[in-house]
Design a protein. Sequence first.
Length: 261
Amino acid sequence: MEKEKLETMLIDYIDGKLDHADSLLVEQELAKNEAAATLYEQLCEVINVMEKATPIEPADSLRRDFDKFLKSEIERTGSTKPRGGSVFFQTNVYRIAAGIVLVLLAVSIAYQVNKNNRQEQELVKLKTEMETTKQVMMAMLDNQQSASQRMVGATVAYKMETMDDEIVRALARSMNEDQNTNVRLAALEALSKFHQEPTVRGVLIESLSVQKDPVVQIALIQLLVQIKVKSVVKDLEQIADDPATLKAVKDEAYSGIMKLS
């Protein structure tokens, strides 16, 4: 069984999402494949840690910056997003990724916050920690051996409070070039959070003319229509008139033209 497919099926198996036939297939793979069994144990351990982890409250000096975010992550862990104008992640990968972000930030806060009279030094250290998180995220996005790792990297990017040009370029590359549709969607989701930034908006508009994945095309059109980017009407017309465009994408393009015109 291919590694990427195995990772996805193992996560679904742990979460009880597989039907009887697929469950038997996974169990047979675990029985004969030592590497698969090891991966299964690692995934179980990660999910168990995420489920048992308790939130770490930041000191009052940084509470205003982080309390709302931490509370939101705890409430959203294990949940899915409703369809309609936004991009969707696989439930289990999203839960693990959100947990990873929560742990990274919690550790960073616990390490930085001690006393108010050391706040300036602590903020400098926090910036360093966040830079480290960024480098880990970039490495995940560049991991061509594992779509699941790239998915987690894109989801970590979505949880960041700021996005510099390096991150934007990495996400744009994933959105336009990654071989896995779910990774492309995750990258689009991360970029959509910062759509008001001129650089990000330009990347989204440019992607419309080069994007070939029909699932991502539909999600991208929905986003651009939602944020009312009227300059893409001509691009939508080209998509709608292209004989090679799938009907579902054409329908979405026509709908977008009507809403933006």
